[in-house]
Write a protein that binds this ligand. Structure first.
Ligand code: TPP
Length: 823
């Protein structure tokens, strides 16, 4: 039998409620029998505090204990883990917010998901997930009893088990919060097109100092109250990061308030440390915030043209490591940076610390919370929502369960008509824009396109025919003239790659579909976000069986290096794909379609796929077209293949293989092949094109990889390969290292040479031009040097001549710009 439940709250009082609140909304009258003037009855405060004590007890247990979970006997050193890991400091505020959200979910049948910005405070999320039963449902060995609790404690941050963040193994989490900064953009992405959902997003005050988080506050200018759900940001001002104070906690209250008013929010302050008072304040403030959200939504849903509301947010100023030991060994702990991680260590070796731990854990009075078998007191348990209303079991947080297959028109309907191969020009991304337009039209509530103000620049502007750019900020009369802005637009544009990708990730992880496009060089802005998302997918897909597959993250890199001759050196960087190859092959795909039709085939494939990051590199400018749609389908199905028309080795052993990967790279390689065909007619040249970059890797390393035999039948051993590559040449060596003798592999790619040039000059500077490729063939093919001396000389002269022409005329020679495949 558990003992009766008391508040366990101290008498210490914090600053007054909502001292600086801006609330214009209806205030909540105090109910009969309330304590401290808030909306909760004395009994409600007792019970909610008991629930929170249970959460905090579990949090401490997770960090420290491997045995004796219910303290049925005094702690001994062997009960304590050898390595103490985890973050206590963030945990109590996270579970405090959770307990309060639970109250409103139950009372108002709300649909709420929880985002923990300081995801390192996982004990503050795992505890509630265990108490409301979800954890035991998905991991039956972590049963709701003493033995289950022992395992639950031991597994936390323990080798071979779960990590110390809200990782994919955590039910209810779709934001790990390992790398700080993305909570708010993720939260907004989750809310788009989810009109009934409230996303409660706890933001750490340290996290709030990061660039991605700072700009994500502006997401409120893109949330449509009529069509989307709501985000309730809860900034936890616990005052410290790892070892430093936080900026937002050390500016004046007026400055802090002005900041968030300036961002367009209505901030409510909940400040203090006394649990009883804080429960009342939080209950009242949360109730008010939710009521305002509902009122704003209701008003907006009654009009045709909703305006941007001033959404509520909560600033929760509470001590770091709240309810932990006040001090130890002469140092203050609660309310300081010292309680960020494990407030005190050496528990196995220091009897005083062991005693301090036991006193701390007993201060939560576990005997009142759990019975002798470790089962949660039923009265406390009854506070939690039921079934899918539990935030730990909300289906939005396992978005694959809600994912509907995208309605895709037939991509063949958008194909470019190709006459004689290699003679007609098209903007490769334009037909893709038309394909995306109709996908947008046919999937009006679960597909969006995200880009940093480059939709038109990347030639995808056809999308605007069916949907404009979302814009909830002010409109001016001039916007009507080509601004393409609309309150109900579905094209997401903001000059923050971080915010855009965060939105897309939140959108995908809650079961929807989308595409992010950006300039190739500036994809590096989101390097780290890509890393984190790929890691999330890797664990979810390969290690968490209860997570349903989500739609893949599709990243289109356009405005690529070879056509950034006008923008110069800063805009030339094809290295994002290098980064992608570092991540698990189970979740990464890279495609470099050479023309418009292959791009359409690849796009269709990407939009159908799940649990991957698909990176597609395709330039937006006019390029020669090489494949009919049927040829494109066959070529992309193989991912790598011989182009017969450009080859001269039919039924014979080749002297050389000319390989190409990338649109501009393929055009240069074909131009080189045409020179060789005309000038070295006896040369047996095989032309190989690669669309699916991972075909160059071993099938042992990547699911799209090739076998040794497949590679050797395309690239016979001992034959030189002259490889015209879109990116940095080392990437090809890295991918193909198992297969190809590197003595034979000669890759021409970007070498960090270039500035304001002509396109062809850029190729010359990086030695990727057709003339350089021909020279390399002459140098590598046995016996050719002696015979092709004159041709080599001509190529050298052509290089000098084209450079001189570019510098004199500011453009490339017409023979270069107008070059087409000769037959
Ligand atoms: C981008 C990034 N930089 C640094 C870290 C290392 N780190 C982990 S926790 C932390 C402090 C976080 O402070 P805050 O967001 O206020 O969370 P709190 O623990 O105080 O609740 C830092 C700097 C990180 N995880 N991510």
């Amino acid at each position: 039998m558990a003992h009766p439940i008391g508040t366990g709250a101290s008498e210490e009082s914090g600053p007054s409620l909502s001292a600086r609140e801006h609330g214009q909304g209806p205030s909540t009258p105090a109910r009969k029998g309330t304590q401290g003037g808030g909306p909760l009855t004395t009994r409600e405060v007792e019970l909610m505090n008991a629930y929170w004590r249970a959460c905090n007890y579990l949090a401490v247990g997770m960090i420290y204990l491997q045995d004796n979970p219910l303290l049925h006997r005094p702690l001994v050193p062997a009960d304590v883990k050898h390595r103490l890991l985890g973050h206590w400091g963030a945990s109590p505020a996270l579970s405090f917010v959770w307990v309060h959200l639970n109250r409103l979910i139950v009372e108002q049948n709300l649909d709420v998901i929880f985002v923990a910005g300081p995801g390192h405070g996982a004990p503050g999320v795992l505890g509630p997930a265990y108490l409301e039963g979800t954890y035991s449902e998905v991991y039956p060995d972590k049963s709701p009893d003493a033995e289950g609790m022992r395992k639950f404690f031991k597994q936390f941050s323990f080798p071979g088990h779960i990590g110390s963040h809200v990782t994919p193994e955590t039910p209810g989490s779709i934001h790990e919060g390992g790398e700080l900064g993305y909570s708010l953009s993720h939260a907004y992405g989750m809310a788009f097109d989810n009109p009934d959902l409230i996303v409660a997003c706890v933001v750490g005050d340290g996290e709030a100092e990061t660039g991605p988080l700072a700009t994500a506050w502006h997401s409120n200018k893109f949330l449509n109250p009529a069509r989307d759900g709501a985000v309730l940001p809860i900034l936890n001002l616990n005052g410290y990061k790892i070892a430093n104070p936080t900026i937002l906690a050390r500016i004046s209250p007026e400055e802090l308030e002005s900041l968030f008013v300036g961002y367009g929010y209505k901030p409510y302050f909940v400040e203090g440390s006394d649990p009883a008072q804080m429960h009342q304040k939080m209950a009242e403030t949360l109730e008010r915030a939710v009521e305002e959200i509902r009122t704003l939504q209701k008003t907006a849903r009654q009009t045709d043209s909703p305006t941007r509301p001033r959404w509520p947010m909560i600033i929760l100023r509470s001590p770091k490591g709240w309810t932990g030991p006040k001090e130890l060994d002469g140092h203050k702990l609660e309310g300081t940076w010292r309680s960020h991680q494990v407030p005190f260590a050496d528990v196995r070796g220091n009897p005083a610390h062991l005693k301090a731990l036991e006193d701390w854990m007993r201060s939560y009075r576990p005997e009142e919370l759990f019975d002798a078998e470790g089962r949660l007191n039923p009265e406390i348990r009854s506070l939690a929502p039921k079934g899918p209303r539990r935030m730990s079991a909300n289906p939005h947080a396992n978005g694959g369960l809600l994912r509907k297959t995208l309605k895709l028109p037939d991509f063949r309907d958008y194909a470019v008509k190709v006459g004689p191969r290699g003679t007609t020009l098209h903007e490769n991304t334009k037909p893709l824009g038309e394909f995306l337009r109709d996908i947008m039209r046919d999937n009006p509530t679960n597909f969006r396109v995200f880009g940093p103000d480059e939709t038109a620049s990347n030639r995808l502007q056809a999308i605007y025919q069916v949907s404009k750019k979302t814009w909830m900020a002010n409109l001016t009369p001039d916007d009507a003239d080509g601004g393409e802005l609309a309150r109900d637009g579905r094209v997401m544009e903001m000059l923050s790659e971080h915010t855009l990708l965060g939105w897309l990730e939140g959108y995908l992880l809650t079961g929807r579909h989308g595409l992010f496009h950006t300039y190739e060089a500036f994809a590096h802005v989101i390097d780290s976000m890509f890393n984190q998302h790929a890691k999330w997918l890797d664990i979810s897909k390969n290690h968490v069986s209860w997570r349903a597959p989500v739609a893949s993250e599709n990243i289109l890199l356009s405005s690529t290096v070879w056509r950034q001759d006008h923008n110069g050196f800063s805009h030339q960087d094809p290295g994002f794909i290098d980064l992608v190859t570092n991540k698990s092959g189970t979740v990464t795909r890279i495609y470099l379609p050479p023309d418009a039709n292959t791009l359409l085939v690849v796009a269709d494939q990407c939009l159908r796929s799940t649990d991957c990051v698909n990176v597609v590199v395709a330039d937006k400018q006019k390029h020669l077209q090489f494949t009919s749609i049927d040829e494109a389908i066959a070529h992309c199905a193989k991912g790598i293949g011989i182009w017969k028309r450009a080859s001269t080795d039919q039924d014979a052993e080749p002297d050389v293989i000319m390989a190409s990967c990338g649109d501009v790279a393929t055009q240069e390689a074909l131009a080189a092949a045409s020179i060789l065909r005309a000038r070295a007619p006896n040369l047996k040249l095989r032309f190989v094109n690669i669309v699916d970059l991972f075909k160059l890797q071993s099938s042992a390393d990547h699911p799209h990889g090739s076998t040794q035999r497949e590679i050797e039948s395309l690239f016979p051993p001992g034959k030189p390969i002259i490889f015209s590559f879109h990116g940095y040449s080392s990437l090809i060596h890295k991918l193909a290292y198992r297969f190809i003798d590197h003595e034979d592999l000669h890759v021409h790619g970007y070498r960090e040479k270039g500035n304001i040039n002509t396109p062809f000059e850029l190729a010359i500077l990086n030695e990727t031009s057709r003339f350089h490729l021909v020279i390399d063939v002459i140098d590598r093919v046995a016996g050719m040097q002696a015979k092709a001396g004159h041709l080599k000389e001509e190529m050298k002269n052509a290089i000098l001549d084209n450079l001189a022409y570019a510098h004199e005329h500011g453009k490339d020679r017409p023979e270069i710009t107008d070059w087409t495949w000769p037959d």
